[in-house]
Ligand binder design. Structure first.
Ligand SMILES: Cc1cc2nc3c(=O)[nH]c(=O)nc-3n(C[C@H](O)[C@H](O)[C@H](O)COP(=O)(O)OP(=O)(O)OC[C@H]3O[C@@H](n4cnc5c(N)ncnc54)[C@H](O)[C@@H]3O)c2cc1C
Length: 409
């Protein structure tokens, strides 16, 4: 079969899928490209959903990854509002929910993740939302009003970003976190304490160590009920308790799965004709020396580029250090690396909102990660230090008189 007749079907229309389609064209894929996603919009950016889109500062059109018309002009068939139900790897066909069957020569799974269901009674009640899709946020936005109150369940990045956006819109906000501190899974206690303090200064009522049991709706009054008997009335309830990778499609057709679709460093699944990229994958990262499943835009984009190279017979291994960001109020947090497994935290700068600060994470004296709060210069340097495997004396990391750029030479 000539490359003109080859068809790649991409399942999903998130960051990974959109990048894969454009990288395939950039790498001169000559055949058809079909992008099939269950959401009704053209691919859009998810990060603004808990930030400026939630705050009403951007429209649905200006969070599109690229203008909807760009797909057709690059020869990409965009099928939105279409769910893929199953994959027949022997016949090389995918079946859509509406009965249509699509044949493929190559298949890419960019199915992402979905909000992890919370085991709370009453989650399906009106006024209760997860925060993963544009549709979720449009539902939330319809319930925003300065004279109303919101309860946010979950003190991770998404919960905290949503709290910041809703405070900016004048809502009364209560945030409930199961663990003893916010951001407990991702940050050192110093960073958690700083963020909790900032949110309290901004008027968020934070309660930690509380387990939400149920949401009751009596005569239009919603109440969040906790295990310790505390009750929080709310007009709007947002649940942000993590995500679950969408692996069912891959699992049902027999691909190898382990906390995500297992791929190699070339984004290949256990089927040579199927690649996968983004939140749904578990990939080996040579720089980290282990497998990892990441939930971030940079990972989705970089892995999609790798998958495109593989499909175009120009394989280049995926090798990039994780990085991430979070915007809350006037604070820009930029994270380089993964802090998991650290045994030492070094702070650079006082926990000062104006001047910002850095939390460096080390294990056995080796740098693992850095949380940079309003410190773009240190973030840039941290990424370089990690990528190049450069060591810095922990005492120097804390020393504000040293220009971080010196550590690179
Ligand atoms: C509110 C929010 C804020 C975030 N903020 C940040 C941030 O600041 N920085 C950052 O780096 N990351 C952030 N993230 C994470 C980031 O958005 C994800 O890592 C990224 O979207 C992953 O892209 P993806 O393409 O792998 O998956 P997704 O974006 O999840 O896209 C997957 C798509 O596949 C579709 N799909 C799944 N199964 C099927 C099927 N069977 N048939 C058809 N379609 C299917 C899904 O509906 C979805 O549209 C945020 C996420 C959220 C929700």
């Amino acid at each position: 079969m000539s490359s003109m007749q080859r068809r790649v079907v991409i399942v999903g229309t998130g960051h990974a899928a959109a990048q894969l389609a454009s990288s395939l064209r950039q790498q001169n894929w000559q055949g058809e490209i079909l992008l099939v996603g269950e959401e009704s919009q053209a691919p859009y950016q998810r990060p603004p959903l808990s930030k400026d889109y939630l705050a009403g500062e951007r429209t649905a059109d200006n969070i599109l990854i690229r203008p909807a018309a760009a797909y057709a002009s690059h020869g990409v068939d965009l099928l939105t509002g279409r769910r893929v139900l199953s994959i027949d790897r022997t016949a090389k066909m995918v079946a859509l929910e509406d009965g249509q069957q699509l044949s493929y020569q190559k298949l890419a799974l960019c199915t992402g993740a979905r909000a992890r269901p919370a085991s709370i009674r009453g989650v399906g009640s009106p006024g209760v939302f997860y925060l993963r899709t544009l549709a979720d946020v449009d539902g939330i936005r319809a319930n925003i009003s300065p004279d109303k109150s919101a309860v946010i369940i979950g003190g991770g990045y998404i919960g905290l970003e949503a709290a910041a956006a809703l405070r900016g819109l004048g809502m009364a906000v209560t945030l409930l976190e199961l663990e003893a501190r916010v951001l407990s899974r991702v940050c050192a206690s110093e960073v958690s304490a700083f963020y909790a303090e900032v949110h309290r200064e901004e008027g968020v009522d934070i309660h930690t160590g509380v387990e939400v049991l149920s949401i009751e709706d009596r005569d239009g009054i919603r109440v969040v009920i906790c295990a310790d008997g505390s009750r929080f009335p709310a007009d709007l309830i947002i649940i942000g308790v993590g995500v679950t990778p969408n692996v069912e499609l891959a699992e049902a057709c027999g691909l190898a799965i382990d906390n995500g679709i297992l791929v190699d460093e070339f984004a290949r699944t256990s089927d040579p004709d199927i690649v996968a990229a983004g939140d749904c994958t578990n990939h080996p990262n040579e720089l980290l020396g282990r497998r990892v499943r990441l939930e971030s835009v940079p990972n989705a984009v970089e892995q999609a580029k790798t998958a495109a190279g593989t499909l175009c017979d120009r394989p280049v291994p995926y090798q990039s250090y994780p990085w991430f960001w979070s915007d809350q109020y006037d604070l820009k947090l930029q994270i380089a690396g993964l802090s998991e497994g650290y045994d030492q935290v070094v702070l650079r700068g006082g926990k000062d909102r104006q001047r910002g600060f850095v939390a460096w994470y080390l294990r056995g004296g080796r740098l693992l990660a850095a949380d940079c709060i309003n410190r773009p210069k240190e973030f840039m340097v941290a990424r370089q230090l990690l990528a190049r495997g450069l060591a810095v004396d922990p005492v120097a990391l804390a020393d504000e008189t040293i220009d971080p750029k010196n550590w690179l030479s």
